[in-house]
Design a protein around this ligand. Structure first.
Ligand code: AVJ
Length: 342
């Protein structure tokens, strides 16, 4: 019975591959989305400059710290995006006549509730399918949605984004939702790869709601990523505790500091860990080690900032046509509504 309801949202060729991990949370058989990290960490740490993929930041502690960042006075992104969603959810939903909302990232926040509430009001019972690598995040989302909006059919997809959106039936009119300016984390290789894959996975009646932080004076941006309470520094450096746990390595938090700046040419905040003393980093389980030199920086995260008109123009070349553009009074943040070109 539940298998049937899930089958409704999955493409025919994807149906056999997904099984129910726990009520209403599904996983593609064979893959373990949480088994990939070690490989990713090691390949990028041997690059020059050394760097890390952003998703390693989100262990339990990292996720808690990110929640704290969202409350910081300097970190305007979450607050601004929420206000746009709250004010404009009605127009966003009216502009995207769909039966399913698929959110990239486990949605249970107030902004998701705004969209789902409007969807129910305008279209009646509908499907909500968040896609996330965190089963815990999906569980929280499921329980929150079930309590607040019982008429929404919840199907959590425990998967990496590409695998999740690729499985959804192209014939089911779907609004893909990708908020929080997560696209800011994508480098110049990941970015086109992501949008090409998403666009290819979208059917003729599908839409995309995309949140993007905009370029603004460097002092505002730099404060948002180097707050006075040091929460952002803790969030970034926590990645090394996570890596030590995963790989039994010996990154020493006492021998590093946080450094970030807005790179105006690349229009991105760059967040680094800098060694304050030389240290030999050992990976005993992998029989490997490297020398982290004093003052050498490891790039832990980038957060790209966008020109809204330019981003909108660029999206056209991925087959994603502009429908509407929502912003705040200061024009600090943009939410673009796009439609798959049919
Ligand atoms: C979750 C990627 C949108 O780039 O603003 C916040 C992450 N890093 N402070 C961002 C983050 C440091 C955040 N994103």
């Amino acid at each position: 019975m539940k298998q049937e309801t899930l089958a409704n949202i999955l493409a025919a060729d994807a149906r056999e591959r997904w099984r129910e991990l726990e009520p209403n949370i599904w996983s593609a058989t064979g893959d373990d989305p949480e088994s990939i990290p070690t490989q990713s960490i090691l390949t990028t740490l041997w690059d020059q400059p050394r760097w890390l993929e952003a998703y390693h930041l989100y262990d339990q502690r990292g996720s808690e710290l990110f929640e704290q960042i969202c409350e910081l006075p300097e970190y305007y992104l979450t607050r601004t995006e929420n206000a746009i969603l709250e004010a404009r959810a009605r127009d966003m939903i009216a502009g995207a006549p769909v039966r399913c909302i698929a959110e990239l990232g486990a949605g249970y926040s107030t902004k998701t509730i705004h969209l789902l509430t409007e969807q129910l009001r305008q279209r009646g019972p509908s499907i909500f399918a968040p896609i996330d690598v965190s089963a815990a995040g999906l569980r929280v989302s499921r329980d929150a949605i079930r309590a607040a909006l019982p008429e929404i059919a919840f199907h959590g997809l425990h998967a990496r984004y590409e695998e999740g959106f690729g499985a959804i039936d192209k014939n089911l009119p779907t609004l893909f939702v990708f908020l929080g300016s997560t696209i800011g984390n994508f480098n110049h290789t990941d970015f086109p790869r992501f949008f090409r894959a998403l666009s290819a996975a979208m059917g003729p009646d599908d839409f995309l709601l995309l949140g993007a932080d905009r370029v603004k004076p460097a002092n505002i941006l730099e404060a948002a990523y180097d707050d006075s309470r040091g929460v952002t520094a803790e969030f970034i450096l926590n990645v090394f505790d996570n890596i030590n746990r995963l790989l039994q390595s010996n990154f020493a938090r006492a021998k590093m500091r946080y450094h970030s700046w807005f790179n105006p040419e690349w229009q991105q905040i760059e967040m680094y860990a800098v060694a304050t003393e030389p240290q030999i980093i050992r990976f005993p389980t992998l029989d490997s080690a490297f020398q982290w030199q004093k003052d050498e920086k490891i790039l832990v995260e980038i957060s790209r900032k966008f020109d809204a008109e330019r981003l909108q123009e660029q999206m056209r070349f991925f087959g994603l046509m502009p429908v509407d553009h929502f912003t705040d009074a200061k024009q600090w943040y943009s939410v673009l509504l796009l439609r798959k070109r049919s």
